[in-house]
Design a protein around this ligand. Structure first.
Ligand code: NAD
Ligand code: MLT
Length: 312
């Protein structure tokens, strides 16, 4: 009997080779499905593979009568209704490690771009403006980087920022003073980190507890002139509060890779000159996309053939 696997977001062709190689698996790639057409078709499939674009809602899951497994080629599973999947006995697997390096590198690129106004200066020069005074930046050396969420990506960012001679201070409910000391970084509560930092970068998952973790109250605690980076998930930072904090001069700049609603083409934050942004590119490298697609593809092949999934 052949299993039918649907891939509904663009995934690396090399990465999905384990699925193509499996004799008992038929792969369909359809990356142009609307929510309605996915709901119509999902009943034919045993497995669904997605990145972050496809919203695997309760409505879709309820129509997925044959579905056994959902594979998320990446870390965040916030685009999948986990409660609905659990109720229907559908296992959800992700690829937690494959894009860590890419996301950490992107965060450092955003940090450096923010400090030196590189995107703004580039844009001005492309429009024939030679603006040396306007784009004076700040050094990273001896500045404090506050990291909220010291998991896989947060820890990699810390290691790299140390290379820029920054002081690191982190908050994570699972971080202890002892562990922080071993890593050569400072440890603080969330308010302590917010108060001490010149730059703040968030690396938590998007959960009920972390939605708007960085809100009006949090901005009040920060230094005037702080700069903020979000390469984790839209929604961890309250976008309305960030907008106000920039307009009031509390926040001097923000670098955003992610937004509460994506695609975020007309977002009002993008109108502010203090905001630099990329369209959710943290994991968009050849290497990361191959890694995550391989990891979920292998898990799906193994699971459909009666084995255990590695990353449930
Ligand atoms: P991870 O699970 O390894 O780390 C998350 C950390 O956040 C954990 O250490 C956890 O203890 C901590 N945390 C949880 N609740 C917290 C709270 N209330 N306050 C502070 N810390 C808290 O995850 P990761 O692989 O490091 O990924 C981090 C984030 O980056 C996720 O949101 C993920 O979806 C996102 N991500 C984005 C991209 C991108 O393309 N921009 C790429 C990869 C990952
Ligand atoms: C992730 O959570 O892994 C990221 O959002 C990366 C992505 O899916 O593009």
């Amino acid at each position: 009997m052949a299993f039918h696997v649907l891939i509904s977001d663009p995934l690396s062709e090399e990465g999905i080779q384990p699925l193509r190689d499996a004799e008992n698996i038929e792969v369909t790639v359809n990356t142009n499905l609307t929510a309605e057409s996915l709901a119509e078709k999902i009943g034919d499939y045993d497995a669904l593979l997605v990145r972050s674009q496809t919203q695997v809602t309760r409505e879709i899951i309820m129509k997925a009568k044959k579905l056994k497994i959902i594979g998320r080629a990446g870390v965040g599973v916030d685009n999948i209704d986990l409660d609905a999947a659990t109720e229907q006995g559908i296992i959800v697997v992700n690829a937690p490690d494959g894009n860590t390096n890419s996301a950490a590198e992107h965060t450092i690129a955003m940090l450096m771009s923010l400090a030196r106004n590189i995107p703004q200066a580039y844009y001005a020069l492309k429009h024939k403006q030679w603006e040396r005074k306007k784009y004076v930046g700040v050094e990273l050396k001896n500045k404090t980087l506050g990291i909220v969420g010291l998991g896989r990506i947060g820890a990699e960012v810390a290691a790299r920022a140390k290379g820029q001679r920054m002081n690191i201070m982190a908050y994570d409910p699972f971080l202890t003073e002892e562990k922080a000391e071993k890593m050569g970084i400072g440890y603080g509560t969330l308010p302590e980190v917010l108060q001490a930092a010149d730059f703040i970068t968030v690396h938590t998952p998007l959960l009920k507890e972390t939605r708007h973790l960085i809100n009006r109250d949090a901005f009040q605690k920060m230094k005037t002139g702080v700069q903020i980076i979000n390469c984790a998930r839209g929604g961890i930072i309250d976008e309305e509060a960030l907008y106000e904090a920039i307009r009031e001069g509390k926040v001097a700049g923000a670098a955003l890779d992610v937004f509460e609603e994506e695609p975020a083409r007309d977002h009002k934050l993008l109108e502010l000159p203090e905001v630099i942004a990329t369209p959710h590119l943290g994991a968009s490298t050849v290497e990361a996309q191959e890694n995550v697609a391989i990891d979920v593809s292998r898990d799906v092949v193994q699971f459909l053939n009666g084995g255990l999934a590695k990353n449930p």
